[in-house]
Write a protein that binds this ligand. Structure first.
Ligand SMILES: Cc1cc2nc3c(=O)[nH]c(=O)nc-3n(C[C@H](O)[C@H](O)[C@H](O)COP(=O)(O)OP(=O)(O)OC[C@H]3O[C@@H](n4cnc5c(N)ncnc54)[C@H](O)[C@@H]3O)c2cc1C
Length: 261
């Protein structure tokens, strides 16, 4: 992996809190996999000093572009919104371990909360390309935040939307929805990102149903190269718990292995 100066093709506000950036990836020779991320130098000034990590939302190999969907949160992402098409941005990557798709799994279920869909969308696209049936539950505060729903539907994902504003996103209701989907579909694998609460639900359902799965974790990150240990999480290793670095050991981990606090 290395640092790339890529040209921004577009950087647009897509809802009240979310922006979408497309960059020219023709100089990036490494293979980029769903679940992997890039570490962005958000501005040309000294602040913010630390880079910020963003998962690839869409990998378009025909156009040689990479797309990122980002929630404007603090200084780094605010600075990113000031970048214009035609300017360059320094992105370091691709980093981390991506998602795995098993040949034998023909139906998969995705559960994303908020911007977690930015991480799962590329997986959904790849899975549909491999003729898998993809069902996605998107959970968000409000309908305006269900950004990727139309995009996912456009390439054949069966999308279910739940929101806080409509009172459809609480744990009990999401559990009922998943149980119903498991009855109606022969689900083989579970993938999740964006909420530890929902991930715990997926873990318990995976255990109950004997299904394997994966989770993409988000932790505050420093170097993203495994050196600073800022992004530690805890995973089961046999009967013991051990620390793992989200940046290099993840961000994608086996669902049953992570200890979600
Ligand atoms: C693997 C991964 C993939 C991600 N993918 C996406 C995505 O696709 N879309 C998306 O919207 N979000 C994604 N995120 C979350 C995203 O990286 C954060 O929302 C983003 O870093 C926020 O940056 P900010 O500067 O706007 O916010 P801030 O809260 O200001 O800063 C965020 C982080 O910067 C670092 N930081 C800032 N100041 C300091 C300090 N003084 N000391 C140490 N550290 C500091 C910390 O890591 C801090 O948590 C991902 C996170 C990870 C780990």
């Amino acid at each position: 992996m290395e640092s790339h100066q890529v040209r921004i093709l577009s950087n647009e506000k897509v809802s009240e809190r979310y922006w979408h950036m497309i960059v020219d990836a023709s100089d990036i020779k490494e293979n980029v996999e769903p679940g992997q991320f890039f570490h962005f130098l958000c501005s040309n000034s000294i602040y913010p000093f630390l880079r910020r990590p963003f998962s690839v939302y869409r990998i378009d190999s025909d156009r040689n572009t990479l797309e990122f969907l980002y929630l404007v949160k603090g200084l780094g992402t605010k600075k990113m919104t000031e970048l214009k098409a035609g300017e360059k941005i320094d992105i370091f990557g691709p980093l981390g371990t991506g998602f795995h798709l098993k040949e034998s799994d023909s139906n998969i279920l995705l559960l994303a909360r908020g911007v977690g869909i930015a991480t799962l969308a590329a997986l959904a696209y790849k899975a549909v390309g491999k003729n898998k049936k993809v069902i996605a539950i998107l959970s968000a505060r409000c309908r305006n935040d269900l950004l990727a729903a139309d995009y996912l539907t456009s390439f054949g994902v069966q999308v279910y939307k739940v929101t806080d504003e409509e009172g459809t996103s609480d744990l009990h209701k999401v559990k009922e929805l998943i149980n119903q989907l498991l009855i109606e579909n022969d689900i083989h694998a579970l993938y999740t990102c964006g909420s530890k609460r929902l991930a715990r639900l997926m873990q318990s359902i995976g255990k109950r149903e004997g299904l394997w799965g994966e989770i993409a974790l988000e932790e505050n990150m420093g170097c993203a190269m495994g050196v600073c240990f800022a992004c530690l999480c805890h995973i089961h290793d046999g009967h013991e718990a051990k620390s793992a670095r989200v940046c290099v050991d993840g961000p994608v981990f086996p669902l049953e292995q992570v200890i979600l606090q």
